[in-house]
Every structure is written in C-alpha cells, then in structure tokens.
Design a protein around this ligand. Structure first.
Ligand SMILES: [Zn+2]
Length: 293
C-alpha cells in the first residue's frame, strides 16, 4: 500500500467510522466488574459487558456475537483463567493480537485471606465479593484506563476516588448488617464467598459443589448430609446459575432452611449501581436466612 493510499484509508476511517473512533473499546467479562468499570468511566464512555445474562462464567461457552465483541475490543477486563476459562482459547485464535488484557487476579497475589476453602485452581477468583478488595480493583482499572486513554486521566481518577468512598461506606454497612449472624453455620452452593467470609468473619462450613465445572461425588454428598444433621447448619444456599435440586434433597426431613444467593447479580440492570445492589442483596439474603427472619 502506498503512502497516499494509506492516508486516504485513514481519512475514510475518520469520516465513516464512529464519531468516538479515538475512544478505546472496553469489554468487561462479568457484571460486578463491569459495574465498577462503568463507575470509573462515567461521563466518558460506556464499557461493554460480555456475559450479560444469567450464565455462570465457570461453565460458559461463547456465542458468535461474543466472538465479534471480543474481536472489536481494545481492552478486555477479566478476572483470569480461574474464572473465565473460555476466554484464553478465543484470544489465542484472535486475528487481533494487540487486544490489551487486564487480568484482575494479578492483585489477588498480594492479598491473602485465611479461609481454608478449596479454590477452583489455587487462586480464588471471586475477588469482587470483598468491597475493600474492590477498592484496589478500582485503582488498578483506573490506572490502566488512564494509560490507554490519557486524555481522560482526570475523569478516571476522580470517578475512581468517588467510587472508593462509596465502597468504604458499603463496607461499613455490610459489617454492621452481617455482625449478628456471624456465628451461624451455613453451606454455600459453590466456593465463591471466601473473600466475603474472611472480611466479615462468617461461619461457612462447606459448599454443595466442590468444583463448579464438575458434578459432586457420592462421598461429598454423604459428608454434607452428615454436616447438616450434626452441626446445626442454619441455612444452605442455592444460586440461580446452578440447578437447585441437589439442595432440596439434602435438606429433606431436616430443620435447615434454604435460600438463594446470587454472587453475580444476574437479574440486575447493568451499570454503576449493579455492584452495590448485588452486594447489599447478598448480605440481606444471608441475614434473612441465617437469622430466620
Ligand atoms: Zn464462582
């Protein structure tokens, strides 16, 4: 291609491409993180959300429209291979090797929580469920956005500060809301709540499934039945992303209650408020079931 043709090509791009063509296209994998990114980018641009429905990222298979969104992204913000195991494959096959990836699990290495649950693959990818860890996630994302789009550095920084103050307030609210139910033993559906449990010192005694990508074995089910019968488990939680039938059969003929917890806020409208709504709802669902109100 000659220099003149290249310039013409560029001019055509300027004329016919989207009005905000200089703006980087930001794609976020799951709703809670998308919500934080939308808060940081408020007044600048709206980030795209990859998993907008009620699917579990642990078991997700990409649709052709997802593949198109991924190909058009400049920056993809995801947790890491422990969460969105479907993503590395498509990125390896990508025709655009310059897509920037922001792996949020990078910050997790610096934070340890003493919860002795078995992680999906060593690192616990559910890091948004601790509002104080979310503050660091917000900083990491704001820094990366500023690097990619220095023109809006001021907006990203200011939005991030506002968001971090809001997260602080949420943390204090959850702390007092969850305090009364701290000692009550419960069983969560999958091992998603390690950060929340460590931050608010909750008493989780196990999970219904050990690995979100596989079915539980008969031995694990027997162990759960023992726990439910002998340790006074107050509540066992289902999740909208998983089939609840196993839970119903586990608590048959026992006094253990069941309720739903949704760590992803599947049914909430995406946007800056989704994160706060989903965290408050998780806390309320825990309190209502554990306090038996
Ligand atoms: Zn999970």
């Amino acid at each position: 291609m000659t220099h003149a043709r290249l310039s013409l090509h560029f001019l055509l791009l300027l004329l016919f491409c989207c009005s905000s063509w200089t703006q980087a296209a930001v794609l976020v994998s799951i709703k809670p993180i998308h919500s934080l990114v939308a808060g940081i980018m408020q007044g600048v641009e709206d980030p795209q959300l990859l998993l907008s429905g009620g699917q579990s990222p642990h078991r997700y298979t990409l649709k052709p429209s997802d593949a198109r969104n991924i190909q058009q992204a400049d920056l993809i913000i995801w947790i890491g291979p422990e969460m969105e195991s479907f993503l590395p494959r498509i990125l390896t096959a990508s025709e655009r090797p310059n897509i920037v990836l922001l792996d949020l699990l990078k910050i997790e290495n610096k934070t340890s929580h003493n919860h002795d649950h078995e992680d999906h693959a060593g690192r616990d990818p559910h890091l948004w469920l601790d509002p104080l860890l979310a503050k660091r996630v917000v900083q990491l994302i704001a820094d990366r956005l500023s690097l990619l789009d220095p023109k809006h550095h001021g907006s990203y920084e200011e939005n991030a500060r506002t968001l971090q103050q809001r997260l602080d307030r949420l943390h204090h609210e959850l702390e007092s809301r969850l305090a009364p139910v701290r000692p009550t033993p419960y069983i969560a559906f999958h091992d998603a709540y390690g950060y929340l449990e460590a931050r608010y010192r909750l008493n989780s005694v196990g999970t219904v499934i050990l690995d979100p990508e596989r079915l539980s074995g008969a031995r694990h089910i027997r162990d759960l039945q023992q726990k439910i019968r002998h340790t006074g488990v107050g509540c066992i939680f289902t999740e909208p992303q998983f089939e609840p039938r196993l839970v119903e059969s586990l608590i048959e003929d026992t006094a253990t209650r069941h309720a739903e917890l949704d760590p992803l806020g599947s049914d909430l409208p995406a946007g800056p408020d989704a994160y706060f709504q989903l965290m408050r709802r998780v806390a309320n669902q825990l309190v209502q079931c554990l306090a038996n109100k």
